[in-house]
Design a protein around this ligand. Structure first.
Ligand code: ATP
Ligand code: MG
Length: 321
């Protein structure tokens, strides 16, 4: 059976309306019972937890038909350990998680957790992944807003749609990701400005300012220079992503190759060839090398196989330039 401490904490978290704590404690309880050999009880507890999570998602999706495919809702199991970034950036992400988890504590002092976040940086450096990790770590659904569709499919009514999205943000706590945000975030005075884009941006600025929900609102962009200055001050935090340095490349390769990596690996050459690639390109090169190894019945990926895949990626990169 659960310990007296576990039962007391569980009851306390329920009365404090600390859903996150309640969820974590329930998972711990299931793990505790499994360890003691009470596997069927452990399974039953896990089932109750899983069903309640699914119901949470279903109740969110029921808001969505009127949004006509503008918002895609998913659950995420991504965890922060898989993200390879510098420590400063990781600390900032951990701070978002910690403040969200302890929002009630902050509320009791009249403070609000940081939750309007702008992620900026080159393609394939982990912005979308970060939004998924926030949802996965916090056990809340992630809703991705198709920003480009907002402007194309809903031309003329995009501000009204945006209002509905912000109503959803208020009603149903989760991570709300405005991906490829430059589509609406471009500077209002730029010459290529279309009236519709300006209207949507103005609405966005107004809605995000007024928003007092508990949800995390995340905007991701490749092009921070294009973003309107009025936007920057609407966010609680702006995180800048960069391509991996040598140390990060090494860590990423080790993470992905895992047990496939050979003992004596020619790191120097591999790291030289990795230079300039994004996390995403590097990770794809590693996956390609693993696939080749499997197809040719090899148990390991040696440096020359990875080098070949990296060179292919470098070739694609220079062809794009
Ligand atoms: N910092 C990172 N650490 C580990 N893996 C990463 C990282 N960044 C990217 N990846 C890998 O690359 C994939 C694509 O990255 P992601 O979609 O997060 O990039 P992005 O920054 O959102 O790019 P874009 O600007 O093109 O939308 C991820 O699913 C992951 O496999
Ligand atoms: Mg992305």
């Amino acid at each position: 059976m659960a310990t007296a401490e576990q039962i007391k904490s569980l009851i306390k978290s329920h009365y404090n309306s600390d859903k996150e704590k309640f969820h974590t404690l329930s998972l711990q309880l299931a793990a505790h019972e499994a360890k003691k050999g009470h596997t069927s009880l452990a399974h039953e507890i896990r089932d109750i937890i899983d069903k309640s999570q699914q119901n949470k998602i279903k109740s969110t999706i029921s808001f969505l038909p009127e949004l006509g495919g503008l918002v895609i809702t998913r659950t995420s199991v991504a965890k922060k350990a898989s993200l390879v970034i510098n420590t400063k950036l990781k600390d900032r992400i951990i701070r978002i998680i910690t403040e969200y988890r302890q929002q009630n504590k902050l509320k009791s002092f009249g403070l609000k957790h940081r939750r309007k976040i702008l992620l900026a940086g080159p393609p394939g450096t982990g912005k979308t992944m970060t939004a998924n990790i926030l949802a996965g770590e916090l056990n809340i659904p992630i809703h991705t807003i198709q920003v480009d569709r907002l402007l194309t499919k809903f031309m003329g009514e995009s501000s009204a749609k945006l209002r509905q999205i912000f109503e959803l943000i208020e009603k149903s706590p989760g991570v709300y990701l405005f991906d490829e945000f430059d589509a609406i975030g471009g500077e209002r005075t730029l010459e290529n400005d279309v009236g519709e884009m300006r209207r949507v941006l103005n609405s966005f600025l107004q809605f995000i300012e007024q928003d007092t929900s508990d949800s995390l609102i995340i905007a991701a962009t490749n092009n921070p220079h294009m973003l309107d200055h009025a936007l920057f001050r609407r966010f609680d935090d702006v995180l800048f992503y960069e391509r991996p340095d040598k140390e990060e490349c090494k860590q990423l390769i080790q993470n992905i190759l895992g047990t496939f990596i050979t003992n004596r690996f020619a790191w120097k050459k591999v790291l030289q060839e990795s230079e300039g690639l994004s996390h995403s390109e590097l990770s794809n090169a590693c996956q390609d090398a693993i696939k080749q190894a499997i197809l040719f019945d090899k148990k390991e990926v040696n440096a020359s196989l990875l080098l070949q895949m990296l060179q292919e990626r470098q070739g694609t990169l220079s062809a794009k330039k």
